[in-house]
Design a protein around this ligand. Structure first.
Ligand code: GDP
Ligand code: PGA
Ligand code: MN
Ligand code: MN
Length: 611
């Protein structure tokens, strides 16, 4: 114990509340030693991880890691929000009473760091000086050095960030224990994994994974689940799975900010990193603020403000290439110190590859191993068509590496939000873009976001499901209260943002091709949304919102067929009428849903019946 305390002295950790928390867990976990991590330790930690074989070099100043094969995505079934208040139970938060679940997860954790180093990662989920800074501090405890490397990229990490807190006890206690992965029974009735956020105690207890979404506790568990709960409990803000970007019109100098939610692996990172298509690049520039989380609040001037609490990007590798997302490739170029996880790796040349990186995989198989570590050249006939990279393989890089990151991305006061968009993978029904001018209808639209689930979560890929505001996996309190909180926060803004729903993923049922070219071309839909906030376009009113007239979209240089364009600018009334019945069932699950939301639902349904 004295040795452990001395290591905190040596590290210069002076916040006594943090010290007490760290020492408690060091004893409980039976840690052999404590190491407090700051961003300046990155180079040394990289060296140690290379020496220990936890990561491999992937070119000059780039790194590769492979995870246990059953540990590659978030596990929604094993994720629990606990509190001591039974009224916190919602439909999606897998609520449990703290007294019931805490002993179970702590039982798995007890003594788990015997003979090991316990890393202590003090972090801040906001730019320093933000109005929401008091909700942003946390201290992650982990047994996993690779988690430290990821946290250094994804969050602001350093002792100074928590030594001098205005309220020394106001930090999230975030405990991560990897566990002995091959013995945890992932996906079986004996599953031992637990990912618990004790929201009313601001404590996170995650056992049984080293995958980013489960193990980087500052990101999803704190930045989303805990923040959503804190925002509601304090009545001050919204914590959402939102990207956040700015669009500058170089001709007029005007800049607008758009944030919005798409389910995991449905296009947030790509949108925020968008380089304007060549035909529009002279005039417009997209600036990156955030790609996965935004906290939103109303500023003293009555505007809605948003900021990205993160400091890095944890992006999907699949289909990232020079055409779809050149910005992302630059963000993981040589000497960016980016980390790749679960892509394919060449052990001789140290190159990495993933599906969609180039049209065909490397022709010379020599040295290539797939994400499971098998030599591609030796894979059996049954595996010949298996992807080389895991569909949820990722890259991790800091915001400073992103070429289009906004100059003011760390501005503590955040940016004014002009529009809020929702979207997802929807193969039919959802047009390219529809604008919604009414707050309750906008919130209703978010609550009824329906899309195909992706490989970012275990076992649900391709399944059509509702994902309210893209927060289904991160919902921490009841949906009715969530809707009311949205109406309250955004309703308090004197300048209302425009809501819009977008869909880049409509497909031709005959051959399955995407009807909209997507990626960089998505800017064209954003430009229409911005024009609509300024009243420069009228569009045409439909039962489900305002759709653009074809001539209001800038389609210069766009390659799209007549049939595809007509289809994505049309409302399929029959399909929508059917959808309204599913929505009714969906909304009926939620208790205490505000009457304004039901009224919005009835308005849309009635308008569809009149068509
Ligand atoms: P995020 O997880 O929501 O941040 O989603 P990403 O931006 O990482 O994208 C997830 C996957 O969807 C990647 O494989 C992308 O290549 C793909 N994707 C992103 N945007 C588009 C788009 O506009 N059209 C199509 N067809 N695919 C896209
Ligand atoms: P994503 O982030 O939304 O970029 O996929 C990770 C996640 O939500 O699991
Ligand atoms: Mn996400
Ligand atoms: Mn992303």
């Amino acid at each position: 114990m004295a040795d452990l305390e001395k290591s905190l002295d040596d590290a210069g950790l002076t916040n006594s509340s943090v010290r007490e928390y760290v020492l408690h867990w060091a004893q409980f976990l039976d840690a052999e030693r404590i190491e407090v991590v700051s961003a300046v330790d990155d180079a040394r930690l990289l060296r140690e991880s290379l020496d220990a074989g936890e990561i491999d070099p992937a070119g000059e100043g780039l790194y590769y890691s492979r995870s246990y094969s059953k540990d590659t995505a978030r596990s929604e079934e094993r994720t629990i929000v606990a509190t001591s208040r039974p009224q916190d139970e919602g439909v999606y938060n897998n609520w449990k009473h703290t007294d019931e679940i805490r002993p179970v997860v702590e039982g798995h954790m007890k003594g788990a760091m015997a003979g090991k180093t316990m890393y202590v990662i003090p972090y801040l989920m906001s730019p320093p000086g933000s109005p929401l800074e008091r909700f942003a501090a946390g201290v992650e405890i982990t047994d996993n050095r690779t988690v430290c490397l990821h946290m250094i990229r994804m969050a602001r990490v350093g002792i100074d960030l928590i030594n001098d807190l205005d309220e020394p006890d106001m930090f999230v206690r975030a405990v991560h224990v990897t566990g002995d992965l091959p013995t945890l029974g992932q996906g079986t009735p004996e599953d031992k994994r637990y990912f618990v956020t004790v929201a009313d105690e601001r404590t996170i207890l995650h056992f049984g994974s080293s995958y980013g979404g489960n193990a980087l506790l500052g990101k999803i568990a704190h930045g989303l689940r805990q923040a959503a709960y804190d925002g509601w409990a304090s009545g001050e803000f919204l914590g959402e799975q939102f990207m956040l970007l700015g669009v500058t019109d170089k001709e007029t100098g005007e800049k607008h900010h758009i944030c919005g939610g798409f389910p995991s692996a449905s296009g947030k990172t790509n949108l925020a990193m968008t380089l304007a298509p060549d035909a529009l690049g002279e005039r417009y520039h997209v600036e990156f603020y955030g790609d996965d989380i935004a906290w939103l609040w109303v500023g003293e001037d009555g505007h809605l403000y948003g900021m990205n609490p993160e400091n890095g990007v944890f992006g999907v590798a699949k289909d990232t290439n020079e055409r779809t997302n050149p910005t992302a490739l630059d963000a993981v170029a040589e000497d960016t110190h980016a980390l790749f996880t679960n892509v394919a790796y060449n052990e001789k040349t140290h190159e990495v590859w993933w599906e969609g990186r180039t049209p065909a995989p490397p022709a010379d198989l020599d040295g290539w191993r797939d994400w499971k570590g098998e030599l591609v050249a030796e894979r059996g006939a049954d595996e010949a068509d298996a992807p080389w990279a895991h569909p949820n393989s990722r890259f991790t890089t800091t915001l400073a590496n992103v070429p289009n990151v906004a100059a003011d991305f760390e501005k503590p006061e955040g940016v004014r939000i002009d529009a809020i968009i929702f979207g997802g993978r929807t193969r039919d029904r959802e047009p390219l873009v529809r604008a919604i001018t009414d707050l309750a209808e906008g919130v209703y639209d978010g609550l009824t976001l329906g899309a195909e689930a992706t490989a970012a979560a275990e076992g649900v890929e391709g399944k059509l499901r509702y994902d309210p505001m893209s927060m289904r996996p991160f919902m921490s309190y009841p949906e009715g209260a969530y809707a009311a909180h949205w109406l309250k926060i955004v309703g308090a803004a004197t300048h209302q943002p425009l809501f819009a729903h977008v869909n880049w993923f409509q497909r031709d049922p005959e051959d399955g091709h995407f009807r909209w070219p997507g990626y960089r071309e998505n800017l064209r839909a954003l430009l229409w949304i911005i024009a609509r906030t300024k009243g420069e376009v009228t569009g045409r009113q439909t039962p489900v919102g305002i759709l653009p007239l074809e001539e209001e979209l800038d389609l210069t240089g766009l390659d799209i067929s007549r049939e595809d364009l007509d289809t994505i600018l049309t409302v399929d009334v029959d399909r929508w009428r059917e959808e309204m019945r599913f929505r009714e069932d969906h909304l009926n699950q939620f208790h205490d849903l505000p009457e304004e939301i039901w009224a919005a639902h009835r308005r849309v349904a009635a308008a569809l019946e009149q068509e």
